[in-house]
Design a protein around this ligand. Structure first.
Ligand code: F7E
Length: 280
């Protein structure tokens, strides 16, 4: 059975208070996970106001719906390592100061603090999970990991010969979304609401991700297939992120199962089978 057949969708829009209030009324939830946002960092420069409406004020609208209709429900806010931006310390933990570098990051800082504010103002069970980059074969094609796995799969199947990226030197602490979703759930099973960093504690450059992806298809001369262009560079970059998830490991008992190499292999192999299936 497909996951779509096991869930019931109720429409709601972070820009429309009434639709959120009515979605909470209809679903009468025990747990609410706010994963919605304008989440593509690059777009946040071309649509900064819209990004603020969704990513920042949208959190307040969601919290208001919960406060008015189901204040006893547990609420999870998807905060982001992009809040650390131009990092003030390494590795980054729950106590590291924020220095966001994009309208998206700025919006997420607002979402983080409004969640804490509702917890403190109304005694709601509201938590903020500060998740570092988490990836899977379901990632959108605009994000760098999936862009790489999809294009490497195409090269393997001889559907193209090269593709274009932006900054290859940026470093991210990449983990597997499945492991990270488990951490979100664990946060809501605690007796007390609190905020947690979720990360692998190791980082890799975009270039290393590319090399590893080409390794999966047995190609070592990756430079012949990858070009770079300023089109994919950002006005302000987040150069280096690495998280410290000690608190989540100690308090929640969280333990990720998928490491970097396994993640890259999973994504490339899944894209190869998807392309094969779609060509039939
Ligand atoms: O970029 C560099 C780019 O777009 C990663 C979102 O889920 O994680 C994600 O944000 C890095 C950046 O993710 C290309 O400059 C190089 O340094 O995959 P990304 P992100 O910006 O880190 C955080 C935790 C979130 O919260 C966000 O919602 O890769 N890069 N060349 C490129 N990035 C893209 N997209 N495309 C390129 O061609």
């Amino acid at each position: 059975m497909h996951i779509q057949d096991k869930i019931q969708l109720i429409p709601g829009d972070l820009l429309d208070q009434q639709s959120l209030t009515s979605a909470v009324t209809q679903s009468d939830p025990d747990e609410i996970y706010n994963l919605a946002a304008q989440s593509f960092v690059a777009t946040s420069w071309s649509q900064p106001v819209l990004t603020g409406e969704f990513t920042a004020l949208g959190v307040t609208r969601m919290l208001e719906a919960v406060r008015q209709i189901k204040p006893k429900a547990k609420f999870y806010q998807a905060s982001s390592s992009e809040m650390f931006g131009k990092v003030h310390e390494t590795p980054q933990s729950e106590t590291t100061p924020f220095h966001p570098r994009s309208p998206y990051g700025v919006g997420k800082v607002y979402g983080h603090w409004i969640t804490i504010n509702y917890r403190e103002s109304y005694d709601m069970f509201a938590v903020s999970g500060i998740l570092f980059n988490h990836e899977s074969p379901r990632r959108g094609l605009e994000f760098v990991t999936r862009k790489i796995s999809h294009n490497v799969a195409k090269i393997h199947l001889k559907l193209q010969d090269s593709f274009i990226l932006g900054n290859l030197e940026a470093k991210r602490d990449w983990g597997f979304s499945g492991d990270y979703v488990e951490a979100m759930w664990m946060m809501l099973q605690q007796d007390k609401p609190d905020d947690y960093v979720i990360a692998m504690g190791e980082n890799h450059s975009v270039k290393e991700f590319v090399k590893e992806a080409f390794k999966v298809i047995g190609v070592s001369s990756w430079e012949e297939h990858v070009k770079t262009s300023s089109e994919f560079m950002r006005p302000a970059e987040v150069d280096f992120l690495i998280g410290d998830a000690t608190k989540a490991k100690e308090v929640l008992g969280w333990k990720p199962k998928v490491d970097f190499k396994t993640l890259v292999k999973m994504m490339v192999e899944e894209d190869i089978s998807l392309l094969k299936k779609n060509s039939k």
